[in-house]
Unconditional design. Structure first.
Length: 508
């Protein structure tokens, strides 16, 4: 059997800003491979610990030219993108993108495509699959029929810190000691730990050239979703959960219900639920012929949960389901002044001198959001978050990846970090549902006496008449929301400085 020369293997990772892609890159680097990342916004990769060891290029899988450039000189191409949340036509978008990628890979002389899809039930016809699973299966078939040898990995529920499946399971179990649940909680599933998924992805790069097939991925445990929730309660040391099944809850209602209870929005929860309606169990484990399992692998469900929970508790979550930007989220550059070519721009400015060190002020700024809140009228933020979820937005409950540190591209409740200059600037771009584009900018510097100065800007570029109406309807509350935020951030910095000085003082 022939295979690629791993000593000089050059890999392309699409979807590097996403949950799996962001974790795969360092694994490939550790394996000694050269890595190129293709992303629509490469700047979002710059703060990852591995960023200086990998090449980043701009590209979109629907754009043949950018895909062709990204694939130039590549041996193994990882396809880790999908248009799941891009609207009702996501199946067509996925189909065209896969066709473009396969054809450009052929032209570029790529030796292998590796695709991570979903595990589909063996006894269900294609017409009976959910649109999500049907699209994943179709993309896999496109690659297997292409001129480039392909490895199609099919996994069901992936358990790892920050995965959508894990967070859905975690929040449902922790928040609801008594649950009224749909009938799909009795469906059997074969979950797999994310570390095993990554091991199989890395190992697939070394497959012989003649291998062109799909492989089922699963852990050693087969269980129902109800059993998964009860096992989570045991591992997390929670009391036994009482579960009542209600068969009339449709996938759409289930998605809305999950969206209310967990940080996972209905637009993502619904396809996850639809995938759980059918029994998804591995029909084979032939991946082990090419990627041998080390002792103790694949890891069991309880161990995968334990590892994920430990990562959460230690604030060491590398990527989250929300790592990837929302389809349709604004991507225009920040206007530099009110006379920019884009038209009207509304700005709310606040500035304060802060009787604290710049370092203390910056720590408060970088720690904003998530469990720390927004240093403003809490009810206003809660209401805005709920309103956003009611119209299909993300709401506030995406939280933070890390309790103390931010990096470009991080989701932060219903914002995303667009720019961060440690110690000086944090700029957030709104991903809530708005009739326009919005940014929130926080600056930290110091005066001649060494005291901190805090500057804050909220910017809004309205889209149409509705955007102007929106701004003027909420502007009366800006003194409370934005003014209160500036004052409370300053006060928190003063208190942090005092606490630090007090801690460092020896009273004896």
């Amino acid at each position: 059997m022939s295979g690629p020369d791993t000593r000089s293997l050059h890999c392309l990772v699409t979807g590097a800003t996403g949950y799996i892609g962001g974790r795969l890159v360092p694994e490939l680097l550790d394996a000694g491979y050269r890595v190129r990342c293709m992303a629509r916004s490469p700047d979002k990769l710059r703060d990852h610990p591995w960023a200086r060891h990998a090449e980043a290029v701009r590209g979109d899988v629907t754009d043949p030219d950018s895909v062709g450039c990204a694939l130039r000189g590549i041996d193994v191409a990882y396809y880790l993108v999908h248009a799941l949340r891009a609207g009702d036509d996501f199946e067509e978008t996925d189909r065209k993108a896969a066709q473009v990628f396969a054809e450009r890979a052929r032209v570029a002389g790529v030796r292998r495509i590796v695709y991570l899809g979903g595990l589909t039930p063996a006894d269900v016809p294609e017409s009976g699959l959910s649109p999500h699973l049907r699209s994943r299966a179709e993309v896999g078939e496109i690659f297997l029929r292409s001129a480039v040898p392909a490895t199609v990995l099919r996994a069901a529920v992936i358990i790892g810190s920050g995965s959508a499946s894990f967070e859905m399971l975690r929040y449902l179990t922790e928040r609801l000691p008594v649950m009224v649940t749909p009938s799909w909680v009795s469906t059997r599933i074969q979950p797999i730990g994310v570390r095993d998924v990554l091991r199989y992805l890395v190992g697939s790069a070394r497959m012989p050239d003649e291998v062109n097939r799909a492989f089922d991925l699963g852990g050693p445990d087969i269980m129902t979703y109800e059993q998964m929730m009860q096992r989570y309660a045991v591992v997390a040391r929670l009391p036994h959960r009482f579960i009542l099944r209600v068969p009339m809850l449709t996938p759409r209602l289930s998605g809305l219900w999950i969206g209310l209870i967990t940080p996972v929005p209905p637009s993502l929860a619904r396809p996850l639920v639809e995938s759980l309606r059918h029994e998804v169990i591995c029909g084979e484990h032939e991946i082990a012929r090419y990627v041998p399992d080390p002792p103790g692998a694949p890891i069991g469900f309880d161990q995968a949960l334990t590892l994920a929970l430990q990562r959460v508790r230690d604030a060491q979550v590398a990527t989250r389901w929300s790592s990837a930007s929302l389809p349709g989220a604004p991507s225009d550059p920040l206007p530099s002044d009110p006379d920019w070519a884009g038209g009207s721009l509304y700005v709310d400015r606040r500035a304060l001198a802060v009787d604290a060190s710049p370092n203390a002020l910056w720590q408060v700024i970088e720690g904003i959001g998530g469990d720390n809140g927004w240093y403003s009228f809490p009810l206003a933020w809660v209401v805005r978050g709920w309103l956003d979820r009611l119209v299909g937005g993300t709401g506030l409950r995406r939280g933070r990846r890390d309790a103390a540190r931010l990096r470009v591209g991080d989701s932060l409740d219903f914002w995303r970090v667009e720019e961060i200059e440690p110690g000086r600037l944090l700029r957030l771009r709104a991903e809530m549902r708005l009739p326009g584009l919005a940014w929130l900018e926080m600056n930290c510097d110091q005066d001649e006496q060494g005291r901190a100065r805090y500057r804050q800007r909220a910017l809004f570029h309205p889209h149409g008449l509705l955007g102007h109406v929106y701004w003027w309807s909420v502007s009366p509350f800006h003194a409370v929301v934005f003014g209160g935020m500036a004052r409370n951030i300053a006060q928190a910095a003063v208190q942090a400085d005092a606490a630090h000085d007090g801690h460092g003082t020896n009273p004896g």
